[in-house]
Design a protein around this ligand. Sequence first.
Ligand code: SF4
Ligand code: SF4
Length: 378
Amino acid sequence: MKLDSSRRKFLKAGVVLPIAGLVSTHSVKAFSDTTDNTTYRVLGKTGLKVSGVGSGVGIEPDPKVIARAIELGVNYFDTARGYGNGKSEQITGDALKGKRNKVILATKTDGKTKADIFKDMDESLKALKTDYVDIYHLHSRDTPDAITDESVEACEILKKQGKTCFIGVSTHDVHAVADTIIEIGKFDVVQTTYSYAIGGAPLRQKAIAKLYAADVGIVAMKVIIAVAGFVPRDINLPEEGPLAAIKWVLLNPAISTTVPYVKNIKELEMNVRAMKEAYTPQDEKMLYIRNEEIRPDYCRMCYECKGKCPNSVPVTDELRFLAYYDFGGNLKQAKENFRSLSEQIKGVRCSDCSSCAIECPNGVDVRNRLIRAQTLLT
Ligand code: SF4
Ligand code: SF4
């Protein structure tokens, strides 16, 4: 299997740590750069040292997995106020009792107004049983308009109040918002989708490189979903696919940490190996094959089809929601997300179109996948 030149460069470069910037004002334990199981990277201008493999605790975290992750040296935990309507934060908070100073804790708000953002923060702190989080993200902001002056101001106030050490933005379309984030100049961290399947998109790579150059810490999400999940066809999943997928993401020195969701301790222990094991030609081959297998089914979130549906279907969003089920096995999350669409959009049926206006450059069977989403998730 031939590696392209950028990938070869990553392989040669290995992990290069950016220079540490500011340090947290809170007493986060001083981590060494490497332990038996774990390698730490600096999260941009925050100066925090984060384990390359973090934990996306998911909608219903398993406290045993959280405890084992901490034992293994994983120190980055990511949740959101909206996950399971607060259940995720609640369980995470219980699991972190007595261990708060060992972890870097990030959560997110869907709030749009100052009042909602403040309310979310207070509820998050209560659920997480802490008086501060390390990073507070504006959640799922996929257009510049979604990062309003009011929301930025709210985040800054929370930072001044000490309720969060740093502020960030989570986004699925990093290309759309990177310039805005850099111009605003207030955000310390960006969490974005990045994986073997979607990472190669040039605009996404460019946006990540820009943020990295601006010393914004970058957290990668959706790193394993395309290789760890299933598709509505009979495909044998490689057992170590998730491990290879995380190794691939960590080849990029701009990525400080990853937040894969794991169902059990076995998966966690496998993923953690990604921080110490080399990315091999076998890994590349496995990911390449899997990427081809899922080509018609998995949307790469390149956003090239944005605004192209004459019926205003947010194609990338609906396909992402479907992926939560088809690739992540989480029907509840898929439905919850689909429900957030407007009534008008939810009413559109792609089965009413004889052909689709969208030709996906990545080979996704857009119309059929959307029909599946609209049938399963409504
Ligand atoms: S459907 Fe295709 S063009 Fe549209 S975002 Fe997904 S991968 Fe890109
Ligand atoms: S089939 Fe294509 S053009 Fe028709 S509504 Fe769906 S996305 Fe839009």
